[in-house]
Design a protein around this ligand. Structure first.
Ligand SMILES: [Zn+2]
Length: 238
């Protein structure tokens, strides 16, 4: 049977859908922004890792060049060592050789560091490249789905509103007024199903006589405790 209470239940479902559609106008663009941001962030990471590798390889080249020229200088000084005439000359040469040795050690240490940096960055670059392409694919697909959702929200609201007007036109004036009043005054549902012989919203248990009246349907019966309208649905009382 389609008494007022059953119609109000339908109306409430439509109002819920309408609310969701309105809310989607806010949260769908936010979701799209987050998906876009994730793509941009991952690609930014890709660029910075790429730069890191390039930079390290450039420094590696510089080190190789400097190492080669220092090695040459080192040999030259060793040659000069053969023709030393004074102690003073000897001391100066030794100090110069020591400096070169020290620098060569520094270069070698930095060279090893760079090898490690390059190895780690290239591995990470490979992983992020793979991740970035899957993020781009998945996110772009989601963005396009969300875009269609936004594009169709106006039509859906129109359809639901027409459906709402149709049902609202069949509900009695008094019942409709009660529904609107509860809806304005309370958060959550205005029409609630009986669950386990109690109000489905505030869980206040209902006397058997009450339940019989609600089961009969058609008339407006409200919960003594929370004031919401009660409806009997077989599905929630199996
Ligand atoms: Zn209640």
């Amino acid at each position: 049977m389609n008494g007022d209470i059953e119609l109000l239940l339908k109306l409430q479902n439509i109002d819920y859908d309408l609310g969701e559609l309105e809310r989607s106008k806010e949260y769908v663009p936010d979701m799209m922004d987050n998906l876009r941001k994730e793509i941009v962030d991952t690609e930014g990471k890709l660029v910075s890792l790429g730069e890191q590798v390039t930079q390290a390889k450039l420094e590696q080249k510089d080190i190789e060049l400097e190492e080669a020229s220092r090695q040459e200088k080192f040999k030259e000084l060793q040659q000069r060592m053969m023709n030393i005439k004074t102690n003073k000359e000897y001391d100066a040469l030794i100090s110069e050789i020591d400096q070169i040795k020290e620098r060569l050690t520094e270069l070698e240490t930095r060279g090893l560091e760079l090898l490690e940096i390059i190895e780690i960055s290239e591995k990470e670059l490979e992983a992020v490249t793979e991740k970035a392409s899957s993020i781009r694919k998945v996110n772009e697909e989601q963005i396009s789905n969300l875009q269609s959702q936004i594009d169709s929200v106006g039509t859906k609201i129109k359809e639901k509103s027409t459906e709402r007007d149709d049902i609202a036109g069949q509900v009695g004036k008094r019942a409709k007024a009660v529904y609107e009043r509860i809806k304005r005054g309370k958060s959550g549902a205005a029409v609630v199903a009986v669950k386990k012989r109690a109000c489905g919203s505030c869980f206040k248990s209902l006397p058997p006589q009450r339940i019989q009246e609600i089961k009969l349907g058609g008339s407006i019966i409200t919960c003594d405790s929370c004031g919401r309208m009660l409806v009997w649905l077989d599905i929630s009382n199996d």
